[in-house]
Every structure is written in structure tokens, then in C-alpha cells.
Ligand binder design. Structure first.
Ligand SMILES: C[S@@+](CC[C@H](N)C(=O)[O-])C[C@H]1O[C@@H](n2cnc3c(N)ncnc32)[C@H](O)[C@@H]1O
Length: 302
């Protein structure tokens, strides 16, 4: 039977980490995201899932967790992450690397007590389906930190008012500014979180001063301080290009699975963790594990 899933924005072999972050003059964006993460993250926990982890830019920021699972569709991004973080199985300092589609998460219900999704929702054409998947693999009362690109930002509001932009920043529908790159309205994201079973606790507006001139003339420390202060208005209004939210799951849902961590992304059957090859006892699909990277990718729509 064919299961259709939405298209994936593929970062395979992309030089995103080098060109965008390391050579791209993004120290300010990286630093203010670190401030937001630090404000929102629980200080400790057991299993955290990082969705759309890329090359692991943020992964070491989750150091209070015993185990961090980096999930991304791009195998090459995960290789970068693995080389940066090293594949360790030491209790209390364990990273796992999983190549998979967010729309078909290969985990048993309720196995994580926290999840983050940063700079990734903006690639998803069906955000509610993705959020329902995240909800499924989280325990009741788990924490979820979600970042999204905000269409209701000051620049797009001014451009719209001065008729330099056709689409309205005030309406709830997503704007796809490049194929599979979306900006979302804060009210829409809040309603999707609610629909998927999350209770919103806090919002931080981030990257208020993402303007070339500011970044050129103002010292980084000052810019970061200014943004850190402005972030605190995030529950009142959201007019920055990036918004971080902290939510928790409701009481209902599966408690952490005792037996299986993984589940077949094709049929949902619990899977034993048997590297170098995991075979689904129900549907027979095979998933290789090579150099610490579990590969649960299915060909699209198989
Ligand atoms: C802009 S990068 C962000 C990486 C990282 N979170 C960061 O902030 O540095 C987005 C990442 O999401 C991943 N991604 C996009 N769609 C995905 C999907 N459907 N399933 C899994 N990963 C996906 C891409 O492969 C890419 O690595």
C-alpha cells in the first residue's frame, strides 16, 4: 500500500553549515538563538529529540539531557554532526544520529521527555501532520521548543504598508517565499500547536536586529544584549523574523515505552535495536546502521 507523505526539502550534500553559519556572518543570529534556548530549555532531562538537527549546531546546547537524538533527513548533515559531537554511548553523554523523515518518525510512542525543532518548521508544507508526529513520540507533560519563521515581522509589515510586497503579513495562511520555504503567522502556529495536543507556555521573539547595517556598526555583545532584552516581550507581540515557543504536552498519551525505542516508520511495529541491520518483524523492511547513523529513510511515498 502506498503512503503518501509531503515533499521534503532536501539538504543532502548541502554546504549550509559552512556557507550560512560559518562563513555567512551569522554570529549574531547564532548567539541570540543560544540565549533563547537557554531561557526555554529544562535544565535536565533524560531523552531529548532534536528534529531537523542539521549539522548539530545546537546539539551541545542540550547538555543537561542524558541522551540527545539528532534526527534529520539528510545523511550528509548527520555525518557532519557525528564528526563534530562524536558518537558516544557513555551513559550521561550519549548522542544518537537518525536519518528519517519528520512526517514518519521511527520511534515508539512516548519515548522522549523533550523535543526541539529549530529552523525546520519553515520547510514543512504540512505543519500539523509534523506536529502530530512529534506529539506521538513525546511523553505526557514533555517539553517542546519550537522555532518558526514569522511572516508578521516588522520588515514585511512595513513593506506591505508601503506597497512593496503583495502578500499580507496579517493573514493566517503561510507564505511560501521560495519552494518549500515558508513564513508562518504566529496565530496560525499557536492554533496548530493546540490542535496537535500542546499547551503553549511561553513565546520569545528573536533576531529583532537582523539588519546588515546594525550588524556592521554595532558590537556583537551590544546587539545580543539588545535582542535578549527585546526577546522578553514575546508573549505580548510577535514582530521579529524568528519566534521561539515553549509548550508542553497534555496529560494524555502513551507513557514511555519500556521495551522498544524505535518503531518501523512504514508500519509502526516496535523494532529491536540490532545494529548493523534492523529488520521489521511485521513488514520486513530493512534499516541499516552504519558508523553510528541509523537510516530509517523510506523512498518517498513507498
Ligand atoms: C535550515 S536547516 C536547520 C538545521 C539546524 N536545526 C540549525 O538550526 O542549524 C533545516 C534542516 O531540516 C531538515 N529537514 C527538512 N525537512 C525535513 C524532514 N521532512 N524530515 C527531516 N528533516 C528535515 C533539513 O535536512 C535540514 O538539515
Amino acid at each position: 500500500m502506498k503512503m503518501t507523505t509531503p515533499p521534503i526539502c532536501n539538504y543532502e550534500d548541502s554546504d549550509y553549515q559552512d556557507t550560512f553559519w560559518e562563513a555567512g556572518g551569522r554570529d549574531y543570529e547564532d548567539a541570540v538563538e543560544a540565549v533563547a534556548i537557554n531561557r526555554l530549555m529544562p535544565r535536565s532531562g533524560s531523552r531529548l529529540l532534536e528534529l531537523g538537527a542539521g549539522a548539530g549546531r545546537n546539539s551541545s546546547r542540550y547538555r543537561g539531557f542524558q541522551q540527545v537524538t539528532l534526527l534529520d533527513y539528510s545523511h550528509s548533515q548527520l555525518e557532519r554532526a557525528r564528526d563534530r559531537l562524536r558518537c558516544t554511548q557513555d551513559p550521561g553523554n550519549e548522542y544518537r544520529f537518525v536519518a528519517a523523515d519528520i512526517y514518519r518518525l521511527p520511534f515508539a510512542p512516548g519515548v522522549f521527555d523533550a523535543a526541539t525543532m529549530i529552523r525546520t518548521l519553515h520547510h514543512l508544507s504540512e505543519p500539523v501532520s509534523a506536529l502530530l508526529q512529534v506529539r506521538r513520540v513525546l511523553q505526557p507533560e514533555a517539553v517542546f521548543i519550537l522555532e518558526y519563521a514569522n511572516k508578521h515581522n516588522l520588515k514585511s509589515i512595513l513593506r506591505y504598508l508601503f506597497r512593496l510586497q503583495k502578500w499580507s503579513p496579517f493573514t493566517r495562511e503561510p507564505v511560501e517565499f521560495v519552494k518549500l520555504n515558508y513564513d508562518f503567522h504566529p496565530a496560525a502556529v499557536r492554533s496548530w500547536l493546540d490542535e496537535a495536543g500542546f499547551v503553549l507556555e511561553r513565546q520569545l521573539t528573536v533576531s529583532h536586529f537582523r539588519i546588515g547595517l546594525f550588524k556592521k556598526v554595532l558590537p556583537l555583545k551590544l546587539l545580543v544584549w539588545m535582542d535578549s532584552t527585546a526577546q522578553l516581550t514575546g508573549d505580548w507581540w510577535q514582530m521579529s523574523p524568528s519566534v521561539f515557543t515553549r509548550s508542553h504536552t497534555t496529560q494524555d498519551g502513551a507513557p514511555a515505552a519500556k521495551v522498544a525505542f524505535f518503531a518501523c516508520p512504514a508500519c509502526g511495529e516496535p523494532l529491536a535495536d540490532t545494529p548493523p541491520l534492523i529488520i521489521c518483524p511485521a513488514c520486513g523492511k530493512q534499516y541499516p546502521v552504519e558508523d553510528c547513523i541509523y537510516d530509517f529513510r523510506l523512498t518517498q511515498n513507498s
